[in-house]
Design a protein around this ligand. Structure first.
Ligand SMILES: [Zn+2]
Length: 239
């Protein structure tokens, strides 16, 4: 009798333990399935969401435009001019560059008040910048938004410029593609409105349009782009 009871008890314990394990297995499968669905959903999310918030903008831009300084430098040395110690030195190689403060570029982009750089680029970079400027305006027009231009905040820097700049800004490292006339900075925080009477377009929408335009040029292999959060700009090198 005792033996039968012991046997029953043991069997029951086994059944209970098995059930427990079975439950765990089942739970594991459910968790796995959930994880799979989550991954799928993440993959389906567009790179630039329709109505992103401020943080999403930063995350997305940071995800798309992360070409490091080394790739910018490599192509800058290959297709660029310089580097130049001073602005006087630039004069000797002006025949290899174009001045982007020329009136012929004025309808493509606005040149900021350049305090630590000069408005010279190799032709390939000037052409790229002009095309980016026009593409930005075309995209706004297609979306039936008011007219704006992008603002170029930095162009060709001499070593003297960099020395001055590095006192204020640690990111203006000497190994900068800005020394070769291949690289510009375009602001993502400021844009130039053509007609003050037109309806305002939000900074987020303008940034969204610029992200889409730069993503296209980058995907076509026309340039490298780095999203510079501290400087509030896209660092763009022609290739
Ligand atoms: Zn830059």
């Amino acid at each position: 009798m005792k033996k039968t009871f012991l046997y029953l008890l043991l069997s029951l314990t086994f059944v209970v333990l098995s059930c427990g394990e079975g439950g765990n297995v089942e739970r594991k499968i459910v968790v796995k399935a959930k994880a799979k669905t989550k991954k799928k959903v993440e993959r389906q999310r567009p790179l630039v969401p329709e109505k992103p918030n401020c943080i999403e903008y930063h995350l997305n831009a940071n995800k798309i435009f992360r070409d490091g300084n080394d790739v910018h430098m490599e192509v800058a040395r290959e297709i660029g001019v310089g580097p130049f110690a001073s602005r006087d030195e630039i004069k000797s190689e002006l025949n290899k560059m174009v001045a982007i403060d020329d009136a012929s570029y004025a309808d493509a982009f606005v040149l900021d008040n350049l305090t630590h750089s000069t408005p010279y680029l190799v032709p390939r970079a000037a052409e790229l910048l002009q095309e980016i400027g026009y593409a930005f305006q075309d995209s706004l027009r297609n979306k039936h938004k008011s007219e704006y231009s992008v603002i170029v905040t930095s162009v060709l820097r001499t070593d003297a410029d960099i020395k001055k700049l590095s006192r204020r800004n640690r990111n203006s490292i000497k190994e900068s593609a800005h020394r070769y006339g291949t690289t510009v900075d375009i602001s993502y925080a400021r844009f130039s409105k053509h007609d003050e009477k037109d309806e305002d377009v939000s900074e987020y929408d303008l940034k969204h349009v610029l992200i889409e335009v730069l993503r296209d040029f980058r995907e076509q292999g026309r340039c490298y782009v780095k999203y510079e959060i501290k400087q509030g700009c896209f660092h763009i090198t022609a290739r």
